[in-house]
Design a protein around this ligand. Structure first.
Ligand SMILES: Nc1nc2c(ncn2[C@@H]2O[C@H](COP(=O)(O)OP(=O)(O)OP(=O)(O)O)[C@@H](O)[C@H]2O)c(=O)[nH]1
Ligand SMILES: [Mg+2]
Length: 504
């Protein structure tokens, strides 16, 4: 890859069967539909990757996404970290539902630059589809082509090159940061072990680096790095990389995990403050929050003036300045998106001092909540300095508990890690829930917060109400509620509803 150009990633977008994969193949020579079931069904299921050499010799990475409506989540994971788009619209079909939805996802991710290819021009005139696409993505260059005959494919490449010249790489400001990679695939290579891939979000990665695998907080060592199937000494932010990891089995890593240099201070979070482009009437709505290569259910709280709190039901690995995409749970539909202002927010409402701080964060005039790495967050308060450092196994267990969110884990699920429980409980990181369940104290604090807010709003809380609020099962909601009773936070009334023991 040429050294004078920053690494850029191009993402496809567009409705199912409109010819994304065929066009990527015509442009790069690579068939990104590799899975047998993709070949059998003639549709993309997973993300596909290929290097694209533009006419002037510059190489960019291509992420080919599936168009099926059931795979929008995969599309969002693939579109995270791209710098410009190739929206594909079939001449004989025009703009269709996932054309619209993918355009919304791109907008939510802040990806403004790209090319619209009107494909299948051997079948129909591009006129109508081109007009519809131009209306949807004003400002994008529209090029007619056919992947079947090859007509116009060179013009698509030329248009992509023009955009590549002027697009600002999204990783530009993050090149000198600590390494973060959101994992979009994990697999094994015979003889090499576990490999994860992703677009390097920030920093650099090289053989021998020790990183944390999140949310589990497991230490892993980089055995080797490849950039587009070529061995590389060091990978840089914005590049498409494959990392061979030592110290981790395939079943311990999956899409949605992240690899991070401990210096990045990345940690799982359950409450995010963000500036989001969303309709105000979405206040209180349960949604899916997409970040990096992860998506979790969340509840939205409108704070006014475009500020929102996103209360997550399971952790995201978000950092300040990252993009969030918000989709509705049913029907699946993209609602909007925006930028993280505080990745580890306290649960709060519209208190004036909180809003003033968020406004300062929005203007870049205030410091977001510090991210306390689990190892040092273990014993908050004055005792922290004196607290012994937790062993790596205990930190891993803490990560597992945090990832479990509102679904506490039983001793039997902890296997060998169970030996670290006493240290975590002692440090205030793990909390015993009932007889045999264990949760992370952050998760329990959020449960207490949410239950408290519901009681404040509605006078009392029932088991079913807490279950729905947390999106968890009755069993876990009951265990958590009884824990709050035992902690003398809530009080059980004769009719089983709970109220606060102390007024807040
Ligand atoms: N005639 C004609 N057929 C095309 C063209 N491009 C793609 N096709 C056909 O359209 C079908 C779908 O093409 P794909 O490239 O798999 O479509 P896709 O957008 O990647 O589909 P998903 O990934 O499932 O969303 C295949 O049968 C292709 O052979 C074209 O330019 N002309
Ligand atoms: Mg495809």
């Amino acid at each position: 890859m040429s050294v004078e150009h920053a690494a850029l990633t191009l993402g496809t977008a567009g409705h199912i069967d409109h010819g994304k994969t065929a066009l990527v193949r015509a442009l790069t020579g690579v068939d990104t539909d590799r899975l047998p079931q993709e070949k059998a069904r003639g549709l993309s299921i997973e993300l596909g990757f290929a290097p694209l050499v533009l006419p002037g010799g510059r190489q960019v990475s291509v992420v080919d996404v599936p168009g099926h409506e059931r795979f929008v989540r995969t599309m969002v994971a693939g579109a995270t970290g791209i710098d410009f788009h190739l929206m594909v619209v079939a001449a004989d079909d025009g703009v269709m539902p996932q054309t619209l939805e993918h355009a919304e996802v791109l907008a939510a991710l802040g990806i403004e630059q790209g090319v619209v290819a009107i494909t299948k021009c051997d079948r129909a005139s591009p006129r109508r589809a081109a007009a519809e696409a131009a209306e949807l993505l004003p400002g994008a260059e529209v090029v007619a082509c056919s992947a079947r005959t090859g007509d116009g494919v060179a013009a698509v490449a030329a248009a992509l090159e023009r955009i590549a010249e002027r697009v600002r790489p999204s990783a530009e400001g993050r090149r000198d940061g600590a390494a973060v990679l959101h994992v979009d695939r994990a697999f094994t290579i015979h003889g090499a072990g576990t490999v994860v891939t992703g677009t390097l979000w920030s920093g650099t990665l090289a053989t021998g680096d020790t990183l944390a695998l999140l949310p589990a907080q497991r230490p892993v060592r980089v055995r080797s790095v490849q950039v587009h199937d070529q061995p590389a000494e060091r990978a840089h932010a914005g590049q498409r990389v494959a990392v061979n990891l030592a110290g981790i089995a395939l079943h311990d890593v999956a899409r949605g995990d992240a690899l991070a240099d401990p210096a990045a201070g990345l940690a799982p979070t359950l409450v995010i403050d963000a500036v989001l482009d969303l309709r105000d009437d979405l206040h209180g709505r349960r949604v899916m929050a997409h970040h990096g290569t992860r998506a979790v259910p969340a509840r939205l709280a409108a704070l006014g003036a475009g500020l929102w709190q996103v209360r997550l039901e399971a952790s995201l690995l978000a950092a300040v300045g990252d993009r969030l995409v918000v989709r509705s749970v049913a029907p699946p539909d993209t609602l909007g998106g925006g930028t993280v202002l505080d990745a580890r927010a306290a649960r709060h409402g519209r208190r004036p001092e909180v809003l003033a701080r968020l406004e300062r964060l929005r203007r870049g005039e205030a410091e977001p909540s510090p991210v306390a790495p689990l190892a040092t967050a273990a014993a908050p308060g004055p005792a922290a300095a004196a607290a012994p450092a937790l062993e790596p196994g205990a930190i891993e267990l803490a990560g597992r508990l945090l990832a479990a969110g509102y679904e506490p884990l039983a001793r039997s699920e902890l296997e060998a890690a169970v030996g670290h429980l006493p240290a975590l409980i002692q440090a205030g990181v793990a909390v015993r829930i009932g007889r045999d369940l264990y949760a992370h104290s952050d998760a329990v604090a959020v449960v207490a917060d949410r239950a408290g807010a519901i009681i404040a709003d509605e006078g009392a809380i029932t088991l079913a109400r807490l279950r729905d609020e947390l999106g968890t099962s009755r069993k876990y909601a009951q265990a958590l509620l009884e824990h709050l009773d035992q902690a003398r936070y809530t009080k059980r009334l004769p009719d089983d509803r709970r109220v606060l023991r102390r007024r807040p």
